[in-house]
Design a protein around this ligand. Structure first.
Ligand code: IMP
Ligand code: MG
Length: 173
């Protein structure tokens, strides 16, 4: 499987960018009551590195949603497999995602979280593929903007595999 992967973002490039995001988030959320909500499964390596780069006291929580369908593309039907264990009501919520592709997942998730009346709701993604967007979602923090490639590694999977690659690469079927 990994023979079909060509490197796109190295471990070092990712780590440098994650530290930069951490510095920015540390400034933006200083003095605020923050809950960082990671979207499982793909977010786990990014989330682990990002939260350690934010020099503040805050809550860490996870949510897992699934798009119906499967395959390489999401369908827009999102259901909750695991909900957050920390309340975001009256607090600042930062949703962390591995990649924004069509935007459908985050569109649904942010509407759902907005109903819980956080003081603010922002989105941070490691990767953004703007050329594939089907619905507009404001993405506040972006690690890297990439072309329309199917990417794997650093949390991103192909059918559940390749999440453990320490870098991000393009998968060639
Ligand atoms: P969206 O709803 O189309 O924005 O899709 C978001 C989800 O689709 C991400 O959380 C990923 O799980 C998955 N996804 C989208 N593009 C890729 C990719 O290039 N590689 C791996 N997973 C992807
Ligand atoms: Mg995923």
């Amino acid at each position: 499987m990994r023979k079909r992967v060509t490197p796109l973002l190295s471990e070092a490039q990712i780590q440098t960018r994650v530290q930069e995001l951490g510095v920015q988030l540390t400034k933006d959320y200083a003095g605020k009551d923050l809950v960082v909500v990671g979207l499982l499964n793909g977010v786990f390596p990014f989330m682990a590195d990002l939260v350690r780069a934010i020099d503040l006291d805050f809550d860490v929580s996870f949510m897992q949603v699934a798009s119906y369908g499967g395959g390489l593309e999401s369908t827009g039907e999102v259901h909750i497999l695991k909900d957050t264990d920390r309340s975001i009501r009256g607090r600042h919520a930062l949703v962390v995602e591995d990649i924004v592709d069509t935007g459908l997942t985050l569109f649904k998730v942010s509407n759902l979280l907005k109903d819980r009346e956080p003081l603010s709701l922002r989105i941070c993604t490691l990767l953004d593929k703007p050329s594939r967007r089907k619905v507009q979602v404001p993405v506040d923090y972006i690690g890297f903007t990439i072309e329309d490639h199917f990417v794997v590694g650093y949390g991103l999977d192909l059918d559940g595999k390749l999440r453990n690659l320490p870098y991000v690469g393009v998968y060639h079927p």
